[in-house]
Design a protein around this ligand. Sequence first.
Ligand SMILES: [Cu+2]
Length: 283
Amino acid sequence: MQRVITGFCSLVFSFISVKFALAADMVGVPHDKQMNFQAAASPVMEKITDFHNFLLVLTTVITAFVLALLLWVMVRYNARRNPVPSKTTHNTMLEVVWTLIPVLILLVIIVPSMRLLYFSDKAVNAEMTVKAIGKQWFWSYEYPDHGNFTFDAYILKDEEAKAAGHPRLLGTDNIVVVPTDTNIRILVTATDVLHAWAMPALGVKKDAVPGKINETWMRVDKPGMYYGQCSELCGTNHGFMPIALKAVPKAEFEAWVKEAKAKFPAAEGTPAIESPAAAPAAQ
Ligand SMILES: [Cu+2]
């Protein structure tokens, strides 16, 4: 039943969102007159979008049903049309039904909700790791599986962003580059206050907590630029620590890693991890 409703709503909503998604060259960015979420570009975001559509229909049906009941009572049982009201106070059958039906509705919601929560929790077979560290007010990144190089990403000034082809307030000087079609483990932490690493099109929003490492994952379906922002009020420049992420095919990513290793220093205090997945294949 849920599948049928979800399928139907996805069809309706995709007509609306495709219209706006096609209008833009960049994949993960808000568009003018956008309705609904940004177009999903990861398995987690696809499931979030489906679940949202399912809930929207469910709540609409419940609201319409309650409204219809209220209208019926107001019209049929007002003092003029029904001068002598019934003295009935209990109806066991009715009371059992109106308790059981909401319980069933909650069950219908909680099962897919919990499945989605666990699905988004961590990568089953992570092929690589990117660590995002929130700082007042920029992000630092580490690539522990690729020599553990690290770099900072600061917001670009308006004219710099324009020149580099980024939307205003969303461009950064260094960009997070990740390969497409790869299960990427994202580790999120902070050095000073609470931040949150959020990428709307990829279905990722994880709190960055000082002294704690949170984990989540993503798998970017299509190459392109994706933009996100810090999503936890973290101080004066909270609105000015964006995330610019570029998803590229695997070969292009390997080429970028070579450049990045030469350009950026190794992260201090954390030993480089050569995971089996990241190590070059034996000749
Ligand atoms: Cu922040």
